[in-house]
Design a protein around this ligand. Structure first.
Ligand SMILES: Nc1nc2c(ncn2[C@@H]2O[C@H](COP(=O)(O)OP(=O)(O)OP(=O)(O)O)[C@@H](O)[C@H]2O)c(=O)[nH]1
Length: 375
């Protein structure tokens, strides 16, 4: 669990770094633009100012890089540091705009490019706040330019540029909302699909359970027993034997007739409980049908099989059931035999059945072993 969480965190960090490197491409292109504007004389500042763009750019990005590499970013509410990265980029962009007088209009579009990075990460309100911040930056620059006369500008043109920028931002906001809604819809669909998958899986489990379990006693049913016995026989090694016991509750019809069907049910459940309590984890008890049960003991010789069945017989004979009068006890009869690897399961079951018949005929409340089991 912790490992999975660790993997997820590493994956998220890798994704954040990837996004960071993508942003570095924008910085790289900006550096080229600065060099070209300087070389062509469009840059109105000094060489030192031109170089300061590179200085600020590299320094701020180095800080972000170190934060991502040292996992320092994980201490923040938004570990992607989307907002600080966008704000730094907007400020650097405004500084650049202040210095590229004649081509300011073209470079203005970079505000939108920067804000694109927040489309998926920021909430609608936060996104609008960042767009407003960008407009405020450029508005501030217009006012500053007007006051200090850094570069000759026609106020009406500057305001028109600001207005066009605001329109682009609005368009970007609408696009951002649309993309975000698409993402959310996709996410919702994905989680609905996951829920469907989960309920389908649990329905399949339930179906599997229903198909293999007897509802009344919670024991495996006849079909499951036969499959499981067959499977265990294929795993049997030479010389190993499985113990098979067919068990039938004595005069069970009388219990039903005298004390009611629910009393009979209680006895069946009681037998299941006793049998389970007297078996090892690797042994199996199943309801074979009606008041008939079957035991399959792993790696077991005749004497262990007889002892085990005897233990269960005595336990049942001593158990009093709330639905039955105090002096009424239930007994069982059993037919036993051993299964060897090459045996036919069907034949062994019929031999156990034949031994069970003898136990019933011999007075009940006892077990008989098929003579082949002694061979
Ligand atoms: N309460 C209850 N009775 C069941 C259930 N399944 C089968 N029975 C009853 O078990 C009884 C089995 O009766 P019989 O086959 O005549 O056997 P018996 O009365 O145990 O007699 P012997 O086997 O000869 O000792 C029938 O009355 C069935 O109705 C069940 O799930 N619940």
């Amino acid at each position: 669990m912790i490992e999975r969480e660790f993997d997820r965190q590493a994956r998220d960090q890798a994704l954040r770094l990837q996004r960071f490197f993508l942003a570095q491409w924008v910085y790289g292109i900006t550096y080229v633009v600065i060099a070209v504007t300087w070389a062509t004389g469009a840059y109105i500042g000094s060489l030192g100012m031109a170089l300061s763009h590179y200085g600020f750019g590299v320094a701020t990005q180095a800080v972000f890089f170190v934060m991502f590499r040292t996992n320092f970013n994980l201490r923040f509410k938004d570990p992607s540091l989307t907002s600080p990265q966008i704000i730094v980029a907007l400020l650097l962009q405004t500084y650049l705009l202040a210095m590229v007088g004649p081509i300011r209009g073209i470079i203005l579009a970079a505000y939108c490019l920067i804000l694109l990075f927040g489309v998926f990460q920021l909430s609608r309100i936060a996104y609008l706040a960042h767009a407003a911040f960008a407009l405020a930056c450029y508005g501030g620059l217009i006012i500053l330019n007007q006051q200090l006369d850094i570069y000759p500008q026609t106020l009406s043109i500057a305001l028109l540029e600001w207005f066009v920028l605001a329109c682009f931002m609005l368009w970007l906001t609408i696009l951002g909302s649309y993309i975000r809604e698409l993402g959310e819809r996709l996410q919702r669909r994905h989680s609905t699909l996951q829920q469907h998958q989960q309920s389908l899986r649990s329905m399949m489990d339930e179906l599997q359970n229903l198909a293999t379990t007897d509802v009344l006693t919670g024991l495996p049913n006849r079909r499951h027993f036969l499959d499981e016995a067959q499977r265990r026989m294929t795993l049997q090694r030479d010389g190993q034997t499985l113990g098979l016991a067919l068990i039938d509750l004595d005069h069970f019809k009388r219990i039903n007739d005298l004390y009611g069907h629910s009393a009979g049910d209680e006895v069946l459940q009681g037998f299941a409980r006793i049998a389970r309590a007297n078996l090892r984890g690797e042994d199996m008890v199943a309801r074979f049908g009606g008041e008939e049960f079957v035991l399959l003991l792993s790696n077991c010789d005749l004497s262990s099989l007889q002892h085990c069945v005897e233990r269960i017989r005595l336990n049942l004979a001593r158990t009093s059931f709330p639905s039955l009068p105090d002096e009424v006890y239930c007994t069982l009869s059993a037919g036993l035999c051993l299964i060897q690897p090459e045996d036919s399961l069907e034949l062994r079951i019929s031999q156990a059945d034949e031994a069970l018949y003898r136990a019933k005929a011999g007075g009940r409340n006892c077990s008989q072993t098929h003579q082949d089991a002694y061979a």
